[in-house]
Design a protein around this ligand. Sequence first.
Ligand code: AMP
Ligand code: ZN
Length: 486
Amino acid sequence: MSESNDISLTLYNSLTRAQEVFEPVHPGEARVYTCGPTVYNYPHIGNMRAYVFADTLGRTLSFKGYKLTHVINITDVGHLTDDADAGEDKMEKMAAEKSQSIWDIARHYSEAYWDDVKALGIRQPAHWSIATDYVEQMIAYAKGIADKHCYELESGLYFDVSTVADYGRLARAVTDDGEGRIDTVEGKRNAADFAIWRKTPEGESRQMEWDSPWGKGAPGWHLECSVMSEALLGFPFDIHTGGIDHREIHHPNEIAQNQAHSCSDHSGARFWMHNNFLIAREGKMSKSAGEFLRVQLLIDKGFHPFAYRLMCLQAHYRSELEFSWDNLAAAFTRLKRMVMQVGTLRARLDDSFDADMAIHHPKITAFLHDFDLAMSDDLNSSKALTVFEELLGLKKIDAAQKMAALLKMDTVLGLDLATLQRADLRTRPKSAALSEADIETQLAARKQARVDKDFARSDEIRDSLSAQGIEVMDGDPLGWDWKLSI
Ligand code: AMP
Ligand code: ZN
């Protein structure tokens, strides 16, 4: 356990709409399930906010001394274009559009998602659970609840939400005409009833279909998370996470299934936690509105992906966060400053430095305590960052103790400050016409022109660089010679 486990971790539970003390189901352990991506397209940076949040939660649990088991699933079947029951399977639709097999689509976009996970410093969970690997278990699960809680229609097996107590308590606003309920299926008993098995229509075949007691077909999206979370984490487990949109349909449906399957009123997880959305003022995050805001786009424009990670950490996960290039640039500057200060500190240490040393310096311990307090207060990462920077700026203090404490804090922030160097932050934009060596050569020529008092030549070089997207930074307090214009 960390030296600071006297501070209780409190987390906001969407189920009770209150901040509660985290008490694990299994002492000393934390079992977390995160709803993962539907791999029919590239994830946008809004999607990735959900995983930066889940990762920050996981890192905080580890920091607090819990043995973490984290599961993130990959949805490669069942998620319809509408979160309720309307529309087509997102995967089938994309496969048809691209004339590719669903399996190829799933592989391609899973890999793209994993690239983003890596780029953003999101730790690998204990399990990536792939929905299609669990179809037999889903069928067995559905069989177990079918008699008491489901009914069959021509299009599939439906869950009757009136058979469980307090359906929709998580959403707190279940109405017959609520979001996603408009395009209801003929014959449903209640508007909120949802498919747990979708039959392949007579005379058709799907790329992904399995035999079941209800005919050939595919599982409903909500079923997979109930099945995989129980299979990998037990029942009940500690924390279930997802984006705030999941609070309205997907998670209430999981809860209904969990209640039915466990023959109890238990939701299945002690805590249900939801991150708020990243919003882009210009419109939608995905391709339909011009640029597709993906992690790769940020990199192509010359940002280190950790600038985005830091941008997420600057906001509370339950607040909306507005994306703008200016906000990202500000976070990038902050990151550069941190990396440079840590670099200066590193230079003062000798080979005997041990990052795992006991931290006993009273002043430094107090900072660690404040950091812990902030993270333990429903993951107040923006406050924790301030504490980190206050310690970073502290002068005339034992360098090794200070570094060890900063690195300990960084196990939560996940900014790789032990190894990240100033040079790593210089990501060259894809569109750049100039190589870094070209830029450096021109800057050296400009410096010489200034020494020679040839200011016309110096301005000319600056203007030429500017025309190529490079902004010269005379007198920058951080000592940067140039940056990319955005
Ligand atoms: P999906 O692949 O559509 O199931 O979404 C993956 C995750 O991203 C889910 O947890 C969503 O709730 C979450 N999500 C979707 N859009 C946003 C957004 N703009 N900001 C934050 N999270 C989002
Ligand atoms: Zn889910």
